[in-house]
Ligand binder design. Structure first.
Ligand code: NAP
Length: 488
């Protein structure tokens, strides 16, 4: 909802062509742990501002792309230093805007800083190719060149790390960008843009326009100067953007939903397996694209595992993520909470009462937040909705498998392919899983979530489209090759 600017409310402006641009309309971000707390107000951007931002990015492109890459890297290093200096306050803001616990927010801000440093260093490498020619006295090589103006559309669940892992590689390759953050958590990425501004990024190289996804997203995908679009969010919006982008032949990268399994075999280290499933399913309130939403457990240990899982889940403390000792914060907003509660009702009809959880929590100071109990459904079967559709909340479906082969078959029997985990001590099963599991990110004897930035990130099947993000792979989307044959 847009309201006129109130003088007393701090308003975070959009950033277009190196200027902070306020609008007459603003939208509010309230703390999902306590909606009485107004975290920030943001200028509501318009389609016209997205167009201006794209034009500014186009005007800035020639100079930025011709600046040498180590010099571009120096600006990214400076931005990382500024984020580091404000580490504590930026992390606290993230908890207040998104709801994740303070340690989780700290981990994410640390990761954003690391991502900026990693890609700043990439400015001194930007590897091309140099290979021997079949012809005498021909020198042949390929150099990387930037793409141009790139649109970045990001979700709320990693409000700093995802913008960071798009911005940093885009910029180091010499592109200019327009960032449209999620309306549910724009502040964390605003802080990155602020750091880039203070680090001396030339005007127009980075632009930030917050506001309604439909209007701004449409303006961005239609913006004339745009050459590429990187999107992370739901399948529904990603597929819609793909339709629009392909009509214009935009280069596009989509990272979308998941329904990630953790396979638990009878030979697993039992205690660790319980911990890893609980961590994967419930930390960050289950709002990670790589969260475990299906635990596929081998028959021989199913009952014992379910009992231990429920016991461990009971010990989780739900509350305001700013409070020490809290494990699970609120859902990000009312809409997300309503979706989760709706799926819990579907789960009740399909699988019976949950073994634990299943309610909104309103007691003891939680009434003004979007808190839902960590919820475990047992004896979930493959055709059930809660085994097929992404819920994106603290809801786990536990499924029974006859053996490893059956577990792997169940794990693959979904349209998604983002992440997967296996808990086992059997080396052959590990390798069969590595080669046969249909997912882009695999873990072994770890939770399904919790990736680092140095390797490619992204899924397969309906979860993703286009080149991978992060690590050296990120350069593939944000740059192109120019191939040179030179006779001397
Ligand atoms: P979302 O509703 O698809 O929104 C993502 C972004 O798209 C937001 O910035 C949103 O703006 C914008 N948007 C909304 N409508 C649009 C339109 N018509 N055109 C262009 N942009 C539009 O997703 P979300 O709820 O923020 O995030 C949760 C989803 O993201 C889950 O499905 C999760 O699995 C996925 N995710 C995937 C990954 C991955 O790497 N695979 C990582 C994190 C999250 P507004 O906020 O203003 O609506």
């Amino acid at each position: 909802m847009s309201t006129p600017i109130a003088k007393s409310t701090p308003t975070f402006a959009n950033y277009i062509n190196g200027e902070w641009v306020e609008s007459s309309q603003t939208f509010e971000k309230r703390n999902p742990a306590d909606t009485d707390e107004l975290v920030a107000s943001f200028s509501t951007g318009s389609a016209q501002e997205v167009a201006s931002a794209a034009n500014a990015a186009a005007a800035a492109f020639p100079a930025w792309s011709s600046l040498n890459a180590p010099a571009r890297g120096n600006i990214l290093f400076k931005a990382a230093d500024l984020l580091e200096r404000r580490f504590e306050s930026i992390a606290a803001e993230m908890t207040r805007e998104e709801g994740k616990t303070l340690p989780e927010s700290k981990g994410e801000v640390r990761r954003s800083i690391n991502i900026f440093r990693y890609f700043a260093g990439e400015g001194s490498r930007l590897p091309g190719m140099l290979v021997p020619s079949e012809r005498d006295r021909v020198h042949m090589f390929a150099i990387r060149k930037p793409i141009g103006v790139i649109g970045l559309i990001t979700p709320w669940n990693f409000p700093s790390a995802i913008p960071a892992w798009k911005l940093a590689p885009a910029l180091i390759c010499g592109n200019t960008v327009v960032l449209k953050p999620a309306s549910a958590a724009p502040l964390s990425s605003w802080r990155i843009v602020e750091a880039l501004h203070e680090a001396g990024i030339p005007r127009g190289v980075v632009n930030f326009v917050a506001g309604p996804g439909g209007e701004l997203g449409n303006a961005l995908v239609q913006a004339k100067p745009l050459k590429a679009l990187s999107f992370t969010g739901s399948c529904q919006i990603g597929n819609h953007l793909h339709d629009q982008a392909s009509k214009r032949r935009l280069r596009i990268q989509l990272e979308m939903g998941g329904k990630n399994p953790t396979i638990v075999l009878a030979d697993a280290d039992f205690k660790s397996a319980v911990e890893h499933v609980v961590n994967g399913a419930f930390f960050s309130t289950g709002q990670k694209c790589t969260a475990t939403s299906r635990a596929i457990v081998e028959d021989g240990i199913y009952d014992k595992f379910l009992e231990a899982l429920v016991d461990r889940t009971r010990k989780l403390k739900v509350g305001n993520g700013m409070e020490p000792g809290v494990d699970i914060g609120p859902l990000v907003d009312q809409a997300q909470m309503d979706t989760v509660l709706r799926y819990i009702e579907i789960g009740r009809k399909e699988a019976g009462a949950p073994k634990i959880g299943g309610r909104r929590l309103t007691e003891g100071g939680l009434a003004k937040g979007y808190f839902v109990e960590p919820t475990v459904f047992a004896d979930v079967t493959e055709s059930m909705t809660i085994a097929q559709e992404e819920i994106f909340g603290p809801v786990l479906a536990v499924m029974r498998a006859k053996n490893f082969e059956d577990a792997l078959r169940i794990a693959n029997n979904i349209p998604f392919g983002l992440s997967a985990s296996i808990q086992t001590t059997n080396l052959s099963h590990v390798f069969d899983y590595v080669y046969q599991m249909e997912a882009g990110l695999l873990t072994v004897n770890l939770p399904s979530a919790g990736v680092e930035y140095q390797l490619p990130f992204g899924g397969t099947k309906e979860s993703s489209f286009g080149p991978k993000e992060q690590g050296p792979a990120a350069l593939e989307f944000y740059s192109d090759y120019k191939t040179v044959y030179l006779k001397y």
